[in-house]
Design a protein around this ligand. Structure first.
Ligand SMILES: [Zn+2]
Length: 230
């Protein structure tokens, strides 16, 4: 009953998964659309990233190319902004938007932005949670052990907290990106609207991920609660 498809799964988790799938499609199509629109100043994603990093005094943060689609990221351990093939060498609205967003994370890291620190701090706990939470709850129900069930739910809720803390980090990186690009004349007003659309679509996937996690948590709480009614 636990790993299977109980009614809570259909009522709570399935709708959230559908929304998440729609958000993924939306980011993919929006990115494709603005990947075909060149920016007036001919700056590639890599050029834009280098410019923004240097402007913020982050000359020691490297910009590298990474394989894949929408695999762009900032790695705080290596201090590298990694840009995917269609961002790194492309002078498009989508490319400079994504590049500026990843630089936003580098600036957050350099300035000690609190939500990013919190997010980084809870990563080890969420890794434990993602492997142990569900088996613990399952075992706890089998053994009628309330502490085991409760610890399992607590571990799972850490993953939901992680998704929640991700939101300010992502929204803030995008806000920094738009402010920098338009504030330094790297995009014009029309291009700025495109950048906002690309970054809003990306932000939507993080909201959807939070929704999926919250619904999974609610499902586990309801399943755990139901066993006491028997
Ligand atoms: Zn981001």
């Amino acid at each position: 009953m636990f790993y299977g498809f109980d009614r809570y799964y259909f009522i709570l988790v399935v709708p959230a998964l559908i929304i998440a799938g729609w958000a993924q499609m939306k980011v993919s199509t929006t990115f494709s659309t603005y990947s075909r629109m060149p920016v007036g100043n001919r700056m590639t994603g890599a050029d834009a990233a280098r410019f923004i990093l240097d402007m913020n005094g982050l000359t020691n943060v490297r910009v590298e190319r990474i394989a894949g689609k929408l695999t762009d990221n900032y790695n705080p351990t290596d201090r590298v902004v990694r840009l995917s093939d269609s961002v790194y060498g492309s002078a498009t609205i989508a490319a400079v938007g994504v590049a500026a967003h990843e630089c936003g994370h580098a600036v957050q890291h350099a300035t000690g932005y609190a939500p990013l620190k919190l997010r980084t701090a809870i990563i080890p706990a969420t890794q434990i949670g993602s492997t142990l939470a569900v088996p613990m709850i399952f075992l706890g129900i089998l053994m009628s052990s309330d502490p085991l069930v409760n610890i399992g739910i607590l571990l799972f809720s850490l993953m939901t907290v992680f998704q929640l803390v991700t939101l300010p980090v992502e929204f803030n990186a995008s806000a920094r990106a738009v402010a920098t690009l338009s504030g330094h004349g790297m995009v014009n007003a029309e291009e700025e609207r495109g950048v906002k659309k690309v970054l809003s679509a990306a932000a939507l996937t993080y909201v959807a991920a939070l929704l999926v996690s919250a619904m999974q948590l609610l499902r586990l709480v309801l399943i755990a609660g139901r066993r006491n009614d028997r």
